[in-house]
Write a protein that binds this ligand. Structure first.
Ligand code: ADP
Length: 435
């Protein structure tokens, strides 16, 4: 608690009084640094100011957001009967506090005569003991007014130059503390709002994932039937030698597009399973080099404008992992290399083996990726801005699945790319110690 100033102190020599005031300001500042809300700031200010200047009542009011009225943040020393009119008042009302705010003026009223001369209407209002002298100071921050502090005295009061400077300094410090507390309150409100927004977003994402999984699941069954029937039709017509080249091309397109559609649905389903942690990795020993050769062979036969090269340093390399899922990783990276090099060109699948890891990379000479897009590539549903124009059929989930599968094998995936020159996607898998 601040010390109460005594009559002797008020009449103390100038330099002694200066030291006291400095000490009081120091105490006020220290107490304000612990006041975190606007109400707490107002309480501290009134507490210290009344004690320091010997006031008997005080009020700190802030201007409301519409700028038309003042509301009380703290009122000290007022009996209940006088509290009510202090709580809220329109700025159109004429009294010392509203004048201080409206006119940006310091209102010094040292005695009863000055009060009644300037505010005769206050005589008709209930008057408490504090109206023998009064001061109202606007709380100014740059050109904005935040509110006002009013201090009442039970006796006439001399507002000499020192006293005025002191009260104005207190008000200045109080204004800054109030603004800081208001900003902190606004920030807290924002944090609560953003927590709520995040919860809503989580729910929306969950609903989207559920919808996608259900839709993908439902579409899979008719699509599998469609694919089966198209393949059957092709075989039958072939056997009956009734397949003209034009019809064969049409059926191949149906089969090709249905397969592509099926792959997209598989990706969507896998994406959903990954999000909910349900993607199963079935580990077993298998020959990684055999898998790489097999993938290259299968893919090569379907390419016309690209040459696929394999650079494999060893014939066999047994690892423990999920062969089917790693095949999916290779398939995604290689088909991206094809998709995003529309003018064709070489694509290289390379393996490099060291003591602890095997690194597999896929290099193309395609469109490349901008530095801005690179950090986002492995996010679910992300597509670089130009990808939509180049390949409208993508959904931005392939690389997300690649990263998750590789990570579940204890590995990591990375990319290096230059726009217009091409890209290299690399994933590294740890090798077991005995290999
Ligand atoms: P999709 O190909 O369906 O859009 P992916 O997750 O496989 O989804 O790829 C995400 C994005 O990464 C693509 O949209 C594309 O912008 C970029 N990308 C992937 N691979 C390559 C590549 N080899 N060359 C250039 N951009 C690529």
């Amino acid at each position: 608690m601040p010390e109460t100033i005594t009559k002797e102190q008020q009449t103390a020599p100038q330099d002694v009084r200066g030291v006291q005031r400095t000490e009081q300001l120091f105490q006020l500042t220290a107490a304000l640094s612990r006041a975190l809300t606007p109400h707490a700031v107002a309480d501290v200010v009134l507490d210290h100011t009344l004690t320091a200047v010997g006031g008997c009542c005080g009020v700190l009011m802030q201007i409301d957001s519409s700028g038309t009225s003042l509301t009380t943040l703290a009122a000290h020393g007022l009996r209940d009967a006088y509290r009510h009119p202090w709580m809220e008042r329109a700025l159109t009302r004429v009294d010392p506090l509203t004048d201080a705010v409206r006119r940006l003026e310091q209102i010094w009223l040292p005695d009863r005569a000055t009060i009644t001369a300037r505010y005769p209407q206050l005589l008709h209002e209930s008057v408490d003991c504090c109206r023998q002298a009064y001061v109202a100071l606007p709380m100014m921050l740059a050109r904005n007014v935040l509110g006002a502090v009013g201090i009442g005295f039970a006796h006439e009061h001399v507002f000499d130059a020192d006293e005025r400077t002191f009260l104005m300094t207190i008000t200045h410090v109080a204004t800054q503390a109030l603004e800081r507390a208001r900003l902190m309150a606004a920030e807290r409100a924002l944090l609560v709002a953003s927590d709520e927004a995040l919860a809503l977003l989580d729910e929306a994402v969950r609903l989207r994932d559920t919808f996608l999984s259900v839709a993908a699941h439902e579409l899979k069954t008719p699509l599998t039937a469609l694919l089966g029937q198209a393949q059957l039709l092709r075989r039958r017509l072939n056997q009956a030698e009734a397949l003209s080249p034009a019809n064969e091309r049409s059926i191949d397109i149906i089969i090709g597009q249905t397969k592509r559609f099926d792959e997209l649905l598989t990706d969507l389903l896998d994406g959903g399973r990954l999000e909910s942690g349900q993607l199963l990795i079935r580990r077993a020993p298998f020959d990684l080099m055999e898998l790489l050769r097999c993938v290259v062979d299968t893919m090569q036969s379907s390419l016309s404008e690209h040459e696929l090269h394999a650079d494999l340093p060893v014939d066999a390399l047994t690892i423990i992992g999920d062969r089917v899922r790693l095949e999916q990783v290779l398939h995604n990276l290689l088909s991206n290399a094809v998709k995003y090099s529309p003018s064709g060109g070489p694509i290289t699948l390379r393996a490099q083996v060291s003591d602890a890891t095997v690194q597999i990379s896929v290099t193309d000479r395609g469109v490349g990726i901008t530095p801005e897009a690179l950090p986002h590539l492995f996010k679910r549903f992300y597509r670089a801005p130009e990808a939509g124009r180049l390949r409208p059929d993508g959904i931005g989930i392939g690389l997300y699945i690649v990263r998750e599968i590789v990570q579940q094998h204890g590995g990591a995936v990375s990319v290096a790319s230059t726009v217009g020159e091409g890209s290299t996607f690399t994933f590294a898998l740890p090798l077991r110690a005995e290999q």
